[in-house]
Design a protein around this ligand. Sequence first.
Ligand code: 1HN
Length: 357
Amino acid sequence: MNPLDAVNSLGHAESLGRLEDLPPDYVKAINDLSVAPLWPQLRGLLPRDKPARATQPFMWRYRDIRPHLLRAGELTPIEKAERRVLVLCNPGHGLDKLVATPTIYVGLQLILPGEVAPNHRHTPTAVRFVIEGEGGYTTVNGEKCPMHKGDLILTPALNWHEHGHEGSGPVVWLDALDLPMIYAMEASYAIEGPNQTVRPEADASQNKYRRAGLLPYASLGAALRPKYPQIRFPWADVREALGALAAVTPKDEAVQLAYVNPETGLPCLATLGFSAQRLRAGQDFSPRKRSASSVIHVIEGRGESVIDGTTLAWSEGDTLAIPTHAAVTHRAQGQDAYLFHVDDAPMQRALGFYEDF
Ligand code: 1HN
């Protein structure tokens, strides 16, 4: 039998026809009509059993990047940047695509005292996760959110947002966006607007959704639910809740809390998911493989992660990229560590193919 005709046990061809197998005049004739044959590309588009991944297991070290971020503050005034950001580019995708994983954009943003990053809104959804500094704030649809280290602040699709800094010293946060997907959809654009009028009440995390399990009573009968009732998730609360959860969680299970919409219990945003994990010191933690890609940011502590055989030693402020379907083991060294996870699981679930195994 011609080896090219070999079939596997399911009766499927071992190898499909190549472009070179076709007469050049045929290929030219269809190409001239802007048409191409599928079969030479089919296995590339749909590899057997596991997706092809360009994304590399990778780590961006905060202490290496920080001096360059501060230098950007000297080199480029905020007026010339609007958002003064250094983007974490996964080397598997190069420097042009601006992606940490295929679906997740991550940048480190610096704002200096007195600066304002002007108001706009756009189709991509963003979140901020504060790394250092005091006095920063983000205003989202008129709700002024203070930014303390470890706070998560949402700026959902098409919501107005602007940033400022009323303190001293640099403020740095991590931006995570679903931009790669929205850009691929040719749907990414921004609208600029005048500075927002801040509503006088404090952020809803402090007055409406202060404790899990308690909602403003009127919301039970509300005909219209706010799509994004809670915009800010203060780290002090999340850290305390992780402590309580750790006390009742078996040693081999994850101590991990998802950031959800308090009115629905669903992930707080439609595309990207967020969670915080307390990683117990001195023991390996190997979560199941997941079809989702993710980014992990080290809030506190140090340790190492083995991702598809690549060992990455991390400490506070570092950020890691985890490809889809990766085999992962984390270990915290010394003290318990705290990790912030961003993943594309909500999008994969909505599309009907999220798996862990
Ligand atoms: C954006 O609006 C911000 O508002 C940060 O701070 C980073 C990256 C791409 C597109 C929009 C911000 C962004 C962004």
